[in-house]
Design a protein around this ligand. Structure first.
Ligand SMILES: [Zn+2]
Length: 467
């Protein structure tokens, strides 16, 4: 299996550090607002990667951090009057709901930075003892020039880093490129006790403390969006390798391409974002996931409603093929058929090719096109009255491969039926109301509410589903 490693700029054979075990860390959210589709792209991609590794038989331990103390949270808290922990908890909960809806379920551990203060402080202490970090009046900085390997991930030379452009200017630092490991408390900010006084950790050290607590001095995969390569991931390497002397800190660095809107990155700061939550009111989660996996994880995606509409139509073709074949099954006859034989051959070929394209740096784009080929073969087999065993086999392969990507056309098909049944119930209630049978109408409404479905009477009885 080949994976593209940002550290070496090459596709490399994937060999985990310890046998069958894969340790994987992906930079998580800063929960101060709803997550948008740009975040979804990264997390859906790494979910597909983790799922595929497990499908290959690897024992994957996937940890994702939660940056629950940060400037964004502090600012938002000041704006809204909601305390930092409450704010972080609220949006983290929403993030998990969004991820669950998108089928992101491969993460074993969510690790909140604030629960790792002892480990963070211990790492900073270690870096000071080894001469890589210094304390200036309660602020502790990492002295970048002391670490020879700085710039190896982002391929930048230290002297090319211009202060102000990409590094913060701060009078108290020895060098402009030095970054904060510990930030002295400012009035009103949340703070923890430390040997350097009250304060809070820098962003980069949170991740090394969390990852090394779970994985030790080295681990297999570190993932994140491309824009985190510098300074975040570069700094993580510097901290970890300076502290332990063990290289490489992470064997494979994987980065996802950006979700663009009209040529610009989808970002909260640019205001061009669409929250996952809002997108889910218009599109099924399976469609969003399909849209995001339709490109290779390293490629950027140009986001537009048109593209999403197209993804919706394409995805529906997969659902339709699946449904047609499933409905055909009870009518299918036994025995051998030529069309059945052809379908079984196609299924075998699809399984083999699926592994090949996914083994080549997780090419979900190609994997999805193989699903379409198999869907077409299923349609042909149904048209030609293929035998039952063969159709079952074709269907089995189709759902299995779609399941590895977490696409679940089956689930989508089920929600489709459920939606129709719900529409029917709403219609029954409307009929009751028109006959002035309010008792039945109210009973239907209250029974649906027990199922988490709320009806709003807008004259037409619009259906609202609680999430
Ligand atoms: Zn991170």
């Amino acid at each position: 299996m080949l994976v593209y490693n940002t550290l070496t700029h090459e596709k490399e054979e994937f060999v985990p550090l310890k046998g069958n075990r894969v340790t994987m860390f992906v930079c998580g959210v800063t929960p101060y607002d709803y997550s948008h589709l740009g975040h979804a792209k990264t997390y859906v991609a790494f979910d597909a990667i983790a799922r595929y590794l497990r499908h290959k038989g690897y024992n994957v331990l996937y940890v994702q951090n939660v940056t629950d103390v940060d400037d964004h949270i502090i600012n938002r808290s000041a704006e809204t009057g909601v305390s930092e922990p409450e704010l972080a908890e609220k949006y983290f909960k929403h993030f998990r709901e969004d991820m669950e809806a998108l089928g992101v379920e491969s993460i074993n551990i969510f690790a909140k930075a604030t629960e790792f203060m002892a480990e963070i402080i211990e790492q900073i202490n270690g870096l000071i003892e080894k001469g890589y970090a210094y304390d200036v009046d309660g602020n502790v900085y990492f002295e970048v020039r002391k670490f020879k390997g700085f710039g190896k991930l982002s391929r930048q030379k230290l002297d090319e880093l211009r202060p102000g452009a990409r590094v913060e200017i701060d009078e108290s630092k020895r060098n402009p490129e030095d970054f904060a490991l510990w930030k002295k408390q400012k009035p009103g900010e949340p703070a923890w006790e430390s040997p350097w006084g009250m304060g809070r950790p820098g962003w980069h050290i949170e991740d090394t403390a969390i990852a090394m607590t779970h994985f030790g001095e080295q681990y297999d995969i570190h993932g994140g969006a491309t824009e985190l390569i510098f300074p975040h991931h570069e700094s993580e390497i510097a901290q970890a390798e300076a502290l332990t002397g063990v290289e490489p800190y992470v064997k494979y660095w994987l980065h996802t391409g950006i979700l663009n809107v009209e040529g610009e990155k989808m970002a909260k700061s640019l205001g061009n974002f669409w929250t996952i939550r809002d997108a889910l009111t218009e599109y099924r989660p399976e469609v969003l996931r399909f849209f995001l996996l339709h490109a290779h994880y390293r490629s950027p995606i140009d986001f537009s409603k048109d593209q999403l509409e197209e993804a919706k139509r394409s995805y529906q073709r997969l659902v339709d093929s699946l449904e047609t074949a499933k409905q055909f099954l009870p009518r299918a006859e036994g025995g051998e058929t030529d069309s059945g034989k052809r379908l079984v051959e196609s299924a075998e070929k699809a399984e083999k090719q699926f592994e090949e394209v996914m083994d080549d740096d997780f090419n979900t784009r190609e994997a999805i096109s193989l699903l379409f080929e198999l869907a077409r073969e299923l349609n042909v087999a149904v048209d030609k009255n293929a035998d039952k065993d063969s159709v079952e086999r074709g269907l089995g392969t189709f759902t299995k491969l779609a399941g590895v990507l977490g696409l679940f056309p089956e689930r989508a098909a089920q929600t489709e039926v459920a939606d129709k049944v719900l529409a029917l119930i709403v219609e029954i209630r409307e009929r009751a109301r028109s006959k002035k049978d309010y008792e039945t109408a109210d009973w239907i409404r209250s029974e649906l509410e027990k199922l988490g479905i709320r009806l709003e009477d807008t004259g037409k009885g619009v259906v609202k589903k609680a999430r």
